[in-house]
Design a protein around this ligand. Structure first.
Ligand code: A5P
Length: 231
């Protein structure tokens, strides 16, 4: 049974999957919204559509295999035609994103950056005037010396907290840790992204700046599509 939020996620997902065409290499996102897109894509594949998917996480790879979506990787295809993924927050107007609530931000960013078109799908609760609290910014860090990375992030105005699962640090698909960083309001996302990229110990941040090319947001009774020109 779908609840109201699921219906919105599904509506956004269906709108995005309608853009997938025969022969495409498709980036497959991670998370509950992306899984609605995977199910819709699987139905089109079962009906004869020929595509190849590049998953953004082990979880998505497993889901895609269970739903008979054929997979490929960067050794065979360096460029992705179109990627469909969710987001934790979407900044209205600037269209920067926070991603990584599911811990897949590193592969998600590699896949999004390799994509000609990056479609972000969400329900309208994800749309915010400014990125930041109450959503924390996930930052993937190397486990070695992460205790030293924490104060470097604090110096950038963040309040990092090591993500835990079953009383142990959460490990990403690449074996790294996640620091979930509280910040009241991200006033300048491109600058924070640059600062994070220059921080020793940081692998990747969950800030997705100037990556989305289309934002699809479902609200009750209405799906809005925002086109974002690439800079
Ligand atoms: C996974 O790491 C995330 O970037 C997800 O895309 C994001 O957390 C959105 O997930 P939901 O669609 O489950 O809200």
């Amino acid at each position: 049974m779908q609840n109201d939020l699921d219906r919105l996620k599904n509506a956004a997902a269906l709108r995005a999957v309608a853009e997938v065409e025969e022969g495409m290499v498709v980036g497959l996102g991670t998370g509950s919204t992306a899984e609605f897109a995977l199910k819709a894509l699987a139905e089109r594949v079962a009906a004869g559509l020929k595509i190849l998917g590049i998953p953004t996480s082990q979880r998505t790879a497993d889901f895609a295999r269970r739903h008979a979506i054929p997979l490929t990787d960067f050794s065979a295809h360096r460029d992705i035609d179109l990627t469909i993924d969710g987001a934790d927050q979407i900044e209205l107007g600037a269209w920067h994103l926070i991603k990584g609530g599911g811990g897949a931000l590193l592969r998600e960013k590699i896949v999004a950056s390799a994509s000609r078109r990056f479609l972000v799908i969400a329900d309208n609760t994800k749309l915010v005037p400014h990125l930041g609290s109450p959503m924390k910014l996930p930052v993937e860090v190397i486990p070695f010396g992460h205790e030293r990375t924490i104060p470097r992030l604090e110096a950038l105005g963040l309040q990092p907290e090591l993500r835990m699962t079953d009383s142990r640090p959460f490990a990403t698909d690449s074996g790294n840790y996640i620091l979930d960083c509280h910040i009241d309001r991200i006033a300048d996302a491109p600058r924070l992204e640059r600062d994070l990229k220059l921080t020793v110990g940081v692998v990747e941040s969950g800030l997705f700046v100037d990556l989305a090319t289309k934002i699809i947001v479902a609200a009750p009774g209405d799906v809005s599509v925002f086109h974002v020109p690439r800079k």
